[in-house]
Design a protein around this ligand. Structure first.
Ligand SMILES: Cc1cc2nc3c(=O)[nH]c(=O)nc-3n(C[C@H](O)[C@H](O)[C@H](O)COP(=O)(O)OP(=O)(O)OC[C@H]3O[C@@H](n4cnc5c(N)ncnc54)[C@H](O)[C@@H]3O)c2cc1C
Length: 421
């Protein structure tokens, strides 16, 4: 019997995988995506979809669906006893609002949207290992149907790897994380709150360890609109005691420090909090092989400024799908060699600025001073929000280069022992 060879096999049904599946299937590619869990499935996340992510969801025709969920119009920043409320900046491409949608809902409806566009979704099916072809190409994957515990194979001309932060499939193809770039860790839980439908998301910018040292990261409170709020705390790996951090303790302390208006019982999260790793700044590579591409967290696509990754997973999934559509059309796998260059054009400089910034704020003195200065000026913080949410406008052209130079100069001025701790 002839084996069926799909145009595209995608490993993972999260934002990266479902976006790749939607765009490929919409162009008529014979697309199959496999997800090891069964929807609706939990995914540890802050559940905040920033404007870039909303834009991608709108592009996939999901604007109406988003109306069922909690919309936020801006960010309330808290630090050093001060509060600033900032609307999302205007932008010609991105909307001026975001949504909070629990990932059990979001990932299910985005995956269903890809199925409606013509992709086949196999749930409860785990990709165990690649079927190796010639010269680093892969012919498909060996899969496990978890319900029947039976193994089977799927063959495809192209493979997109969207299996998330741990990316075992990507690692088996030789991808690894560049440890000189920052990584994040974060933990979150849900609490009942009378302010569950507050129109602002909130960030605490002056988080500290038990000894009162400032830490590079922030605490968040994202109202979910269903009677609950998502509370979490995220840190960068750029400070001295990173490895000894106990995130559960940090979470408990943060929950107890929440402003009273949230009205939570900090000892009673709805379920035990859970955490995860955030591979950032394009830190995982190589991102492509002869007929495969990495997207989303599997490629380390998270923004080091703020830990956003849903939007970058949608974007990289779409970029990968577009290249594969061209490769299938022209029967030319060499088109995939453009992927790394496209990612560099789109995110390279921005991620370098963000990584440098991460190194700077790894120093407790600098982070305290920067937040203190920032909180004194609404325009300065609005500018910072635009930068950190990657919502730069055409008129900001040249800004990234300038910011990079400024931060590079600061790093040069700061003694090494302070930057590296
Ligand atoms: C605590 C925390 C809070 C965060 N908060 C936010 C936030 O508020 N906003 C934001 O934008 N980003 C946030 N992020 C980052 C965001 O969650 C990720 O960037 C995003 O989920 C990446 O999407 P992805 O599709 O690449 O990977 P994932 O969402 O991890 O999806 C990967 C999918 O692949 C499946 N899979 C894995 N291995 C296999 C296999 N072998 N076979 C089949 N299926 C497989 C998994 O089950 C999963 O469904 C947060 C991260 C953490 C840890």
């Amino acid at each position: 019997m002839n084996k069926h060879i799909h145009d595209l096999l995608i490993i993972g049904g999260g934002p990266g995988g479902s976006s790749a599946a939607f765009w490929a299937a919409s162009s008529g590619l014979d697309t199959v995506f496999v997800e090891k869990k069964v929807f609706p499935r939990e995914k540890t996340c802050g559940d905040g979809i920033p404007p870039r992510g909303v834009h991608q969801l709108m592009e996939m025709g999901l604007e109406k669906k988003l109306n069922d969920y909690h919309r936020f119009n801006g960010l309330r920043a808290l630090a050093h006893g001060k509060t600033l409320e900032m609307s999302w900046p205007e932008h010609s491409t991105y909307p001026q609002h975001g949504y909070v949608v629990r990932r059990c809902d979001l990932d299910q409806f985005v995956a269903e949207n890809a199925v409606n566009a013509g992709a086949s979704l196999l749930q409860g099916v785990e990709a165990l290992r690649p079927i190796e072809g010639q010269d680093g190409a892969i012919e498909g994957a060996v899969l496990l149907d978890k319900a029947t515990e039976s193994e089977f194979e799927i063959y495809a001309k192209y493979v997109v790897i969207a299996d998330g932060a741990n990316s075992r499939f990507g690692r088996s193809l030789g991808a690894s994380r560049d440890k000189s770039l920052p990584m994040g860790i974060a933990i979150r839980g849900y609490f009942e709150s009378p302010l569950h439908d507050d129109p602002w998301i909130e960030s605490s910018l002056d988080i500290q360890d038990r000894n009162g040292n400032a830490m590079p990261g922030y605490g968040w409170i994202f109202p979910v609109g269903n009677g609950t709020i998502n509370v979490g705390i995220g840190l960068l790996s750029t400070f001295r005691d990173y490895k000894s951090i106990n995130t559960s303790h940090l979470f408990e302390e943060f929950a107890h420090s929440l402003p009273e208006y949230w009205g939570i019982n900090p000892d009673k999260p709805i379920a035990p909090p859970t955490g995860g790793r955030l591979p950032m700044a394009g830190s995982v590579g190589p991102k492509s092989g002869p007929n495969w591409l990495l997207v989303g967290d599997a490629a380390g696509s998270i923004n080091p400024f703020n830990g956003e990754g849903i939007d970058y997973a949608y974007e990289t999934g779409r970029l990968a799908a577009n290249l594969i559509i061209g490769a299938v059309e022209h029967d030319d796998p060499a088109i995939l060699t453009r992927y790394s260059g496209m990612l560099e054009d789109e995110y390279g400089l921005y991620f370098r600025v963000a990584s440098l910034f991460g190194r700077v704020i790894g120093n407790p003195v600098l982070i305290r001073e920067l937040t203190r200065i920032g909180m004194r000026s609404q325009p300065l913080m609005e500018w910072a929000l635009r930068v950190m949410a990657n919502l730069l406008r055409d008129e900001d052209k040249g800004f990234a280069e300038a910011a990079y130079q400024t931060i590079a100069n600061i790093v040069r001025l700061v003694p090494d022992r302070l930057v590296h701790n």
